[in-house]
Design a protein around this ligand. Structure first.
Ligand SMILES: [Fe+2]
Ligand SMILES: [Fe+2]
Length: 370
């Protein structure tokens, strides 16, 4: 699912191509170094012609065979005749206007990649789950787009996705949701969808109101928004992360704070879930070292579901633990986590049929989310 970005030297600062690595795993190749080896199994090539020199273009033309088999998009300015002629001289490429809205380049790349997330869903996925999966993916992509462009977060789409996920989880159950999200090509997106689903299930199990459950699901969808400032080639890296990459990833709650501070359309509770989900009750978490009552029940719930998901999901660079082992690990974290919530997660996962998690009795309703 990787794309290759080709430019003569570093990508120009104002090139829209710089935004693509936040949507797809991408590799930058210098125009003079294009070869079968550097292109590897890249599925789409995007060429930035801004500031390309004759020497660079000549080298690219000479090695054209290496990308001849994959779709190629050339970014040009129609006002710049030289660029248009250069693109024509390269051969069979499609051209896109550099100054057009970034969403056009994004949509075209996605189409060429055939990145239709629903195509690979298991055949027996219930229709409500398919719809919820579609809309929550659409929301995550819009979230990434608003992060790239600094534009408003599409709260209506977020609420619709939460509503549909809540309906799907209630009728089709956790197993159907898990079966769908596991097929996602990006481990990062799959993680977010799992956390949102599990958090919604746990909130429901705790007897929290439907409105709060949907807010928790929305919070789950937004919780790692800060990761949208980190290229997918780092987030979805199959090898071991370097120290610098680990440091960068650990900064995502701070990126989230920065991205959400001016977003008045997002509720304070959802912002907290995104900024504080790595805080621990004993004050040893990050970014602010908050402790005890300063961490709300909604945030505690996201934290528990986030860690459980990270432990149990399959990622190439880390060990995957069975659910029971992961639960024991959460228990072993003792005062860092809300252990009542950990116990409820255990009773939800192992005490009942997961396909039809029912609500707790009325007397426990609303206790934690109040
Ligand atoms: Fe996170
Ligand atoms: Fe997370």
């Amino acid at each position: 699912m990787e794309i290759v970005l080709i430019s003569d030297g570093p990508l120009p600062l104002d090139s829209p191509v710089r935004k693509l690595p936040f949507f797809f795993p991408a590799r930058l190749i210098d125009m003079s170094k294009v070869s079968a080896e550097t292109v590897g199994d890249g599925k789409v090539a995007v060429i930035e012609l801004l500031d390309a020199t004759d020497v660079g273009l000549k080298a690219l033309k000479a090695s054209w065979e290496s990308i001849a088999e994959i779709p190629v998009i050339c970014l040009v300015s129609q006002k710049n005749r030289k660029e248009v002629i250069q693109a024509g001289a390269l051969g069979k490429t499609e051209t896109l206007e550099r100054d057009a809205p970034f969403a056009l380049l994004l949509r075209r790349t996605k189409t060429l990649l055939k990145a239709d997330v629903c195509k690979v869903l298991p055949e027996n996925t219930p229709s409500r789950t398919v719809e919820a999966y579609k809309s929550s993916n659409a929301f995550l992509e819009s979230l990434c787009l608003s992060s790239a462009e600094g534009s408003k977060i599409r709260v209506t789409l977020m609420n619709e996705s939460a509503e549909e996920m809540f309906a799907a989880l209630s009728s089709d159950g956790w197993a159907a949701w898990l079966g769908a999200v596991q097929t996602h090509h990006s481990g990062t997106y799959s993680h977010t969808l799992r956390v949102a689903g599990l958090a919604g299930m746990l909130a429901r199990h705790l007897g929290w109101s439907d409105t709060v459950c949907k807010e928790i699901i929305a919070g789950g969808l937004v919780h790692d928004i800060g990761k949208m400032r980190i290229p997918l080639s780092i987030l979805d890296k199959t090898g071991k992360l370097t120290k610098d990459e680990r440091v960068l990833i650990k900064r995502h709650p701070m990126f989230g704070r920065d991205m959400l501070k001016s977003r008045l359309e997002v509720s304070v509770d959802i912002k907290r879930m995104a900024i504080q989900h790595h805080e621990y009750l004993d004050g040893s978490g990050y970014p602010d070292g908050l402790a005890g009552d300063r961490i709300s029940p909604k945030v505690r719930l996201i934290t528990v579901c986030d860690i459980f998901t990270a432990l149990t999901e399959e990622r190439p660079y880390k060990e995957t633990f069975p659910a029971r082992t992961a639960l024991t690990m959460l228990k072993d974290m003792g005062p860092k986590l809300d252990q009542k919530m950990v116990a409820q997660l255990g009773s939800m996962l192992f005490g009942q049929q997961l396909g039809a998690v029912s609500r707790l009795s009325a007397q426990s309703k609303g206790n934690a989310a109040a």
